[in-house]
Design a protein around this ligand. Structure first.
Ligand SMILES: O=C(O)COP(=O)(O)O
Ligand SMILES: [Mg+2]
Length: 220
């Protein structure tokens, strides 16, 4: 294997996390007497952090409704966080073979870089029992979010590897653009939340349909 470190995204890569978010978003919308949204819409709205998810859910669209006030957004955000913490990990599941792949690379240093806020990330990892695989965890509220290269560069620095020696594994445009900006190779997973986009346009070095395919893709 030519990489000295692997960096994994969380939502849509390791975990099918939309089922919990779908419930929390719709409890929030119901509290605010707003129309509920579909599972497919929640899947599309995930990927840029919780604040963006909440604004998109309130807007019923990827584009924020310009009429939303700061006050409405912050109330919705607080309600979402309250519901999400209560439901977190109840319906979300690891994708098939995640533990097999993490174990196959047991000797390779690994980081998790997510746009999800730290308190949710840590609670979810604890429920799923996979936290111990990662020597470094960088979250969306630690600093700049992906697609900024900053969280990936921070992870490489903490793992003690050069970006060119690391591989970013993710399911969205944010992951692939962040990897490009950090001059890292990228592996795209087609089964996550790619906001309806074909990830091939971001020229990842590898494209896998299944998590298990990662092993053969990068050992070639
Ligand atoms: O919280 C999000 O919007 C997405 O998080 P991710 O970076 O783990 O995919
Ligand atoms: Mg993701």
């Amino acid at each position: 294997m030519k990489y000295q470190a692997l960096i994994f995204d969380l939502d849509g890569t390791l975990v099918d996390s939309v089922p919990d978010m779908y419930i929390a978003v719709n409890l929030m919308l119901t509290d605010l007497a707003r129309p509920v949204i579909s599972h497919a819409m929640v899947s599309q709205f995930v990927g840029n952090g919780i604040e963006q998810l909440v604004v998109r859910a309130l807007s019923g669209d990827m584009e924020p409704n310009p009429l939303l006030t700061e006050q409405e957004i912050s109330r919705a955000n607080a309600l979402f966080c309250q519901h999400y913490l209560a439901v977190l990990g109840q319906y979300s599941q690891l994708y098939p073979h995640v533990e097999t792949v993490l174990a196959a690379f047991a000797a390779t240093p690994k980081a998790l870089v997510t746009n999800k806020a730290r308190r949710f990330t840590e609670a979810l990892l604890a429920k799923l029992g996979i936290a111990s695989h990662f020597q470094v965890i960088v979250c969306g509220d630690d600093g700049a979010k992906k697609p900024s290269p900053e969280p990936l560069l921070k992870a490489c620095q903490q793992l003690g590897v050069e970006p060119a020696q690391a591989l970013m594994i993710g399911d969205s445009k944010s992951d692939l653009l962040a990897a490009q900006a950090a001059a890292m190779d990228a592996l795209a997973l087609s089964g996550g939340y790619h906001q309806g986009e074909d990830l091939r346009q971001y020229n990842p070095e590898y494209l896998c349909d299944q998590f298990l395919d990662i092993i053969t893709a990068i050992n070639r």
